[in-house]
Write a protein that binds this ligand. Structure first.
Ligand code: ADP
Ligand code: GN1
Ligand code: MG
Length: 361
């Protein structure tokens, strides 16, 4: 504890940090702490996972560029720049990060009076999250993409994710491949599908935009009282990407009432009404910026992100759980299975998904 307080006090807090609560939130990559100070303020302190984010300084430059840009737009629209996006707290010597041995730390001011959801509770909230991510996309439509560092190269390149998966099967470092033959076959049967969006982007049929790239429901803060969306957080992967993938990653996580790691697959069902209200909210905010191709490919974006994420969980399971934080034996396999169940459901609902998108345009 003392060690964490010592780190916290390297930052320009309003007063001395007196407690640091670990495991705040439910992220799989960084370590999040809730700080409290002598004068009663709260802050979010994070240990950045530097094996995932290779250049944390460049990553923080991105966060500053994006949040400065957003703050100007928020002020123009009459909003509150301290609650509607993240605010970085600098170290005492004016840096965005504090390095301590091999570890790398940052601090954000705590956005008060907000809640996050770990699973979707109802259609209204999912609709609200769609408006938040759609609005985020709209606000960043004129952000200069070439000023951004690519924090994780090939992040949503599903083709290269497929090659990583085959590599993990071939190496089978933990001897787990034999026990997941069914899941391996599921991925292999969709090898051509994996290339669909990457190929379209390479052919110029889908534009690169500045996207969030990690549009999980728990990366939106909702106002505790009004339940309206307040801020989009977790800006580590804001970089050029596909709009359909931002749409799709939200559907993957939120268009079901089950948790991402639900072990009982009978509870994991893709919910078309949730898909419909997300589509309405997202297109309502940024549909006018999107091309016809982008809109047409929204259902594929949903299937792609769900498939990709399941494949990443399986790859990590085969590699010995070195990327995503796990809390129990077989956790990544459980996560993989929920994703593949959702992909199967979506494949069966494809015609209805297309119809919903057509009706929302
Ligand atoms: P990870 O990269 O591990 O997902 P996040 O940046 O998403 O970490 O933070 C984890 C959780 O902490 C979020 O889901 C949200 O609930 C909460 N959180 C993050 N930043 C803030 C903030 N500035 N104010 C209030 N809560 C925050
Ligand atoms: C990770 O950091 P977090 O938990 O918001 C991952 C996403 C996955 C997600 C699956 C940098 O997101 O890509 O979709 O887990 N982030 C990174 O829940 O790999
Ligand atoms: Mg997060």
């Amino acid at each position: 504890m003392d060690q964490f307080l010592e780190i916290a006090n390297q930052f320009q807090l309003n007063s001395k940090a007196i407690s640091a609560q670990n495991n705040y939130g439910d992220g799989h990559i960084n370590d999040t702490f809730l700080l409290k100070t002598e004068s009663g303020e709260s802050y979010i302190m994070q240990k950045i996972n530097t094996s995932v984010f290779k250049n944390a300084e460049a990553l923080m430059d991105n966060v500053i560029l994006v949040t400065d840009f957003l703050k100007k737009k928020i002020v123009k629209a009459g909003g509150d720049p301290l609650r509607e996006t993240l605010s970085v707290v600098m170290t005492r010597d004016g840096k965005t990060l504090y390095r301590n041995g091999g570890d790398c730390w940052r601090v954000y001011t705590f956005i008060q009076g907000a809640v996050t959801l770990q699973t979707c509770e109802n259609e209204e909230q999912f609709y609200a999250s769609a408006c938040a991510f759609g609005h985020f996309q709209k606000l960043l439509a004129d952000f200069p993409a070439d000023t951004l560092y690519e924090s994780i190269p090939n992040f949503h390149n599903t083709k290269s994710r497929y090659l990583d998966f085959e590599d993990a099967v071939r190496k089978d470092v933990c001897g787990r491949a034999a026990s997941v033959e069914k899941e391996i076959a599921f991925v292999r049967a969709r090898k051509d599908f994996a290339a669909t969006l990457v190929d379209m982007q390479e052919r110029g049929e889908l534009p690169l935009r500045v996207t969030h790239n990690d549009t999980k429901l728990n990366n939106v803060l909702f106002d505790e009282k009004t339940r309206l969306p307040l801020a989009v957080v977790d800006l580590d992967t804001v970089m050029p990407g596909l709009s359909v993938n931002d749409f799709g990653d939200s559907i993957r996580f939120g268009a079901t009432y089950a948790a991402e790691d639900e072990p009982d697959l009978s509870k994991v069902n893709f919910e078309l009404p949730l898909f419909e209200c997300y589509t309405k909210g997202f297109l309502g905010e940024c549909g006018s910026l999107m091309t016809e191709n982008e809109k047409k490919m929204l259902p594929i974006g949903a299937m792609m992100m769900t498939f990709e994420c399941g494949m990443r969980f399986l790859t990590d399971y085969l590699n010995g759980d070195t990327y995503f934080r796990i809390h129990r034996e077989g956790h990544n396999l459980d996560r993989c299975r929920t994703q593949f169940k959702l992909v199967s459901d979506m494949e069966k609902s494809r015609a209805q998904m297309d119809e919903i998108v057509r009706n929302c345009k």
